[in-house]
Write a protein that binds this ligand. Structure first.
Ligand code: SF4
Length: 284
């Protein structure tokens, strides 16, 4: 199935988000999804435009709120594959509360963060992922705050799938997205997706020099949470691959099945006008 549409992305040439778009499209095709069975909900930021560039159901939502909408879509139709997508400012600043609770709730959706360590849409300000000392218009003397370690945060919040990719490694990124979609539960995939226009520090070359593949670390196994945390700390979070996966924990949907088997999307609520009026009156 073709997940391309006729909308031309207006990202800057070279922006890492192009590769994320291609990787989602390839992963969806490899998993034999169809545009009718895939929904992409995005937040605000350059990366938030992604939902408009993929031939699937989509909603370009509001700042920091992609996850509540995406979780609602999944609860309304459990047969739908749901991807939430956005930038590091969207998910780790204004939307961080939603990110933490989606992680611990373990609803079966995939969250892809395009992490460029800066606010691109608003023309280059320091983000929660910018390193200490990072200079932008908002921190001309260098940031005095620490960068948020989102992978370590996700592990301590009880995440069941934590992975990290890089826009230059499309094949690996596609595989990570496929595995994230197939994971039963919440999957968080942080993607180093360079902003070529405003971030002149964390460039493609910088990531190529500093990132290491977990598959090249002897004895690394993503089922070991302690090993995952120690590896992140040792390598300053600059690793690629599946950092941690718990294949045993029940997802929110599985735990709910004892209560209701029928997704809301398939319910037929023939309430009738009188019943509806009475219901409304109860809340007045
Ligand atoms: Fe991409 Fe940066 Fe351009 Fe936004 S400003 S489209 S993040 S390169």
């Amino acid at each position: 199935k073709d997940f391309r549409n006729n909308v031309k992305p207006n990202w800057c040439p070279g922006c890492g988000d192009f590769s994320v778009q291609a990787s989602i499209q390839r992963a969806a095709a490899n998993l034999s999804l169809t545009p009718e069975t895939l929904t992409i909900i995005s937040g605000i930021g350059c990366s938030g435009r992604i939902s408009g560039y993929i031939n699937a159901y989509g909603l370009h939502g509001i700042h920091g709120r992609a996850l509540p909408i995406a979780q609602g879509v999944k609860m309304g139709n459990r047969d739908m594959t749901v991807i939430a997508a956005g930038g590091d400012g969207d998910g780790f600043a204004i939307g961080l509360g939603h990110t933490i609770h989606a992680i611990r709730r373990n609803i079966d959706i995939t969250y892809i963060v395009m992490d460029n360590q800066i606010y691109g849409l608003t023309k280059g300000q320091t983000s929660p992922r910018s390193a200490e000392g990072f200079q932008t218009k908002s921190t001309p003397a260098g940031s005095i705050e620490s960068s948020l370690s989102v992978m370590q945060m996700a592990l301590t919040a009880g995440a069941t799938f934590v992975a990290q990719g890089f826009s230059s490694e499309v094949k690996d990124l596609t595989s990570l997205i496929e595995q994230g979609i197939q994971h039963k539960g919440f999957s968080l995939i942080n993607v180093f997706s360079p902003c070529v226009t405003y971030n002149k520090i964390n460039t493609y070359d910088w990531f190529k020099e500093n990132l290491i593949k977990l598959s090249e670390i002897d004895g690394y196994h993503p089922s070991n949470r302690i090993m995952a945390m120690e590896t992140l700390m040792k390598h300053n979070d600059l690793v690629m691959g599946i950092i941690y996966q718990d294949k045993e924990k029940y997802s929110y949907q599985e735990l709910l099945n004892g209560y209701s088997k029928e997704p809301l999307a398939y319910s037929r609520l023939n309430l009738g006008r009188e019943t509806f009026d009475n219901l409304v009156a109860e809340f007045m």
